[in-house]
Design a protein around this ligand. Sequence first.
Ligand code: DAH
Length: 357
Amino acid sequence: MAHPLEELRDAALREINEARDEQSLDAVRVRYLGRSRGISAWGEQMKTLGKDEKPVVGKLLNDVRSAVTAAIEERAQKFRAQKESDALAEIDISLPGSTGPSGRGLSAAPAGYSGYLPLERGSLHPLSQMLERSIEIFRRMGFAIADGPDIEDDWHCFDALNTPPEHPARNEQDTFYLPDGRLLRTHTSTVQIRAMQAAPPPIRVIAPGAAYRRDEVDATHSAQFHQIEGLYVDENVSVADLKGTLDLFMRELFGADTAVQFRPHYFPFTEPSFEIYVKSKALKRGEQWIEVAGCGMVHPAVFEAVNNARGDDAYDPDKWTGFAFGLGMDRLAMILFDIPDIRLFAQNDLRFLLQFA
Ligand code: DAH
């Protein structure tokens, strides 16, 4: 005669086989394997068995339990697979993708088709491409990336950068002011100050970001444009380091035969100051010198302003020197990609953007 455990096993296997869905299968599992139910109840009865019977029934119990558990798992697996193939059966993979209403994507809808079209693959905006290329070159030279807010106070934008209240850049006609007196930064040089406030020298950072001016918008002026600021402060930093760094940057960007000129200029926050001009045969305007950046040696008054704000003497101008620069990204991209009008960057015209995809 079969042992009651074997009878339980056979009943369980039959019911597992008959289960039509996950729910009824789960009910079977609870009935036979649940705490002190069916098969599990036998675990407790073991204590009452005699010495001879115990090992025999113990083995049987284990065998029955694993047979039932395996059968349940196998059946559950079948239900899961079934569910997946049911879901897939509803998808017609011969239809176009359904990520956008027709006409929104770039591909033309086939004649007479009014369903969904796949969304086109995107690509980076030419300015983003330019930024990524530039950042990559500076990172290779050991510059870290620093950041600051677009909405600034006038101390970071002007005073700390040795720009006195009567300076034209501070005029209401030239800068966007908020009602609370803050402003949209007119250059990324603000991040020089923030970086020095945050950490003592030596420091070697670039700060890519947007800047704003109340310029009359035309082919070369935009109310928002982009810069990469650079700052390097250490012992014995000289104009030679400044020239070497930016010379290498320009030649990496525009090609090895690029000529770079440093022409004396004036900026309040650097002394001496220069404007950088490049000329390269690789560029359409190859035979022309084009101004691409401002730079110079950090003015001692800037270090003093930072020391004041920090409340220490970390940037002692007798001990530390540094160079700074500001590159016009829109400008560089326009030269490199031969783009005639700065407004194209913001107009979102796909005929323009697709040329850089
Ligand atoms: N901030 C200047 C501008 O927007 C550019 C510039 C010039 C940045 C000289 C610098 C610098 O760091 O040293 O016109």
